[in-house]
Design a protein around this ligand. Structure first.
Ligand code: SF4
Ligand code: SF4
Ligand code: SF4
Length: 272
């Protein structure tokens, strides 16, 4: 069996052991009690070194050289998660998207940085912070941190106050100003092809990347990673397991995180 496959089966076992079975994960997604799914409600005050902590590494240059691959990752994510396309940048809903290097790492750039980095498109998503300010800001616990480190959402609990959006320093959350199940003025649906296996949202609800919780629960990789993995452009796994592929990648390659000085401890790393 290939090492990557072994890594992932191990990871799937860890997710299952954390009590995040397919049914319970969907209970949460569909509005069931998160505690019933064995999920922790409170964010850690410091970075976790015990238990499972899922994370991702993204190779910036692999994607910069292959924008078609980046688009396929975005399409895979948005189509399976019923992310609406409002065809209007003001109302845009983003789970995975491209942003210029200098915007993604705005506070971490310096005046003598290589011009080669300027303007590079960088794939951006929720960082699943180990110390997530969005969780603390949410008054209804619609946003919560799970035992495996994933910052999840219970759409049915969201009252649309957008405190989480104000608290997130990464712009990783989007608000549905319009009904995602609706159509534009030409009658075209905002969700091109509804995936019946994943809930769609309603107007007034916030959403973001969920690290593909529902796929992990059935032993699959996150959709974007599945597309990118054959190109060694994305890696996913348990950051606390020294033998996982992502831990090896982080040991061997130089990586950066977004705004580490904020103390949010992002679980997404960028290889540059
Ligand atoms: S990136 Fe933003 S939305 Fe995601 S966990 Fe961190 S603070 Fe929350
Ligand atoms: S908008 Fe929803 S998820 Fe965000 S803080 Fe308010 S209730 Fe929580
Ligand atoms: S991990 Fe899943 S939800 Fe997050 S960006 Fe990738 S495909 Fe989308």
């Amino acid at each position: 069996m290939k090492k990557d496959r072994r890594d992932f089966l191990k990871l799937a076992g860890v997710v299952a052991a954390a009590g995040i079975g397919a049914t319970s994960a969907f209970q949460s997604l569909l509005g069931g009690e998160a505690e019933a799914a064995g999920l922790a409600r409170v964010g850690a005050a410091k970075k976790s070194t015990d238990g499972t902590r899922l994370g991702m590494a993204i190779d910036i240059r692999k994607f910069a050289d292959n924008q078609e691959l980046a688009q396929r990752c975005i399409e895979a994510c948005h189509s399976i998660h019923n992310v609406p396309d409002f065809r209007n940048s003001k109302d845009e809903i983003k789970w995975l998207w491209n942003e210029k290097f200098e915007n993604v790492f705005a506070k971490d750039t310096h005046t003598r940085q290589s011009p080669a980095l300027q303007g590079l498109p960088v794939l951006t998503l929720c960082n699943h912070c180990d110390n997530p300010p969005c969780v603390r800001a949410c008054p209804t616990k619609a946003t919560f941190k799970k035992d495996d480190g994933i910052v999840g959402m219970d759409y049915h609990r969201c009252i649309g106050c957008r405190f989480c959006m104000a608290a997130c320093p990464y712009g990783a959350r989007s608000f549905n100003w319009r009904d995602p199940r609706g159509t534009d003025d030409k009658g075209r649906p905002f969700i091109r092809e509804l995936n019946q296996k994943y809930p769609s949202r309603t107007r007034g609800v916030v959403e973001k990347c969920n690290f593909c919780t529902e796929r992990l629960a059935v032993g699959e990789l996150p959709a974007c990673v599945e597309v990118a993995a054959p190109h060694d452009a994305m890696f996913f796994g348990d950051l606390n397991d020294p033998n996982s592929k992502i831990s090896r990648v982080l040991r061997e390659k130089f990586t950066i995180q977004r705004r580490p000085s904020l103390g949010t401890y992002p679980s997404v790393f960028y290889i540059i």
